[in-house]
Design a protein. Sequence first.
Lengths: 174, 227
Amino acid sequence: MEHDDLLPYVYLTAQGDKQAFAKLYQQTSGKLMAISITMLSNRAHAEEVLQEAFIKIWHNASEYNSSKGSVISWMISIVRYRCLDALRYYKVRKEQSMVAGDIDERNIAVHYDENTKLVSCIEQLQPQQKQAIHLAYYKGLSHSELVDHIDTPLGTVKSWIRRGLVQLQRCLTV
Amino acid sequence: MNYNNPNLLNVLAGQYVLGSLKGSARKRFQRLMLSNQKAREATLMWEQNLNNLANAIAPQAPSEKVWLRIIQKIEHQSKPSKTVIRTKPSIWRVWSLVATAAAIVFAFIVMQPTNPIKDVQQIALVQNKAQQSLWFININKQVFYVKASSELVAKTDRDYQLWMILKDQDTPISLGLLPKQGHKTLVKNIHFTTSDITLLAVSLEPIGGSPSGLPSQVLHTTELVVL
């Protein structure tokens, strides 16, 4: 999905064009739903977040500009930050489906089809760094939740993330 | 923490985007983004890069009712109803909110706006580091009613601009220039509800407001208090 493909739909959505908004939904809802359900592990909650995110996109389309990056990245960020809020909310309510102990990284169906620079850089990380970054990105786990999940001291987990990010950035900017 | 260190800023931004940064650390970084252009740029850089990880997940179609609900909401409601995400407040946070609310109520009684607006839902008080009240902000469904305090010593060659940070968003949104004396009504965009606002900020700007569309120098931040 290229940046330029979605730009006209966002522009028209900002003008109140519901057909363009429907096209935007058709083109992106599958990907955004996948992110939501991967993070929340609960279809009903994932659909609720997706619904809220698209209502936000409808109202905020006029605020999108290219300085916010590609359209799809802007939309993914809206969905992911909503998911992070939802995770925090449901964990406070101790809903079982949101408990980190249920998570198995093998259930995160990560298949890199594209040979992008990010994929190449991710593949260069140490396995523990890659696992910690995957669990944080796909499951929204905090440092302390990663400690419980990977059964590793907090300092080590923080170090994996920190060094992984530094190495990623170095690789991406080369 | 030295936020001028670009390496530290990049790691914090990366952790913010990943989601591993939580709680007060996450809030501190959100506040930092209000005033620090490099923090915003680093966050955007990580969003652009890390969001490519989403390409590795196979798309999943949502059920048809999702789209129906979206259309129903945007057609029949001028303002979307949102799920308010609330976490358990700590005792210090509760105490802080109670103290702030008491200060605001006191300010409200003392300042007595000349055109009080009925149906008040939320209020905020902008104070300086010496706890002097500078602006009292009264928010209802349509407008922000702002009154400058007599304690405000405003610069004549600069303007003061009010910004809000919405839930899930990193970029501050301008609400308009603040009065240097007396009161002023700022019209609220109907497309968001006040429950979406996580923070208000006041920046110092050249006359006429921010030239970049983002805060030049953040002077004060405050949270809304629900009455």
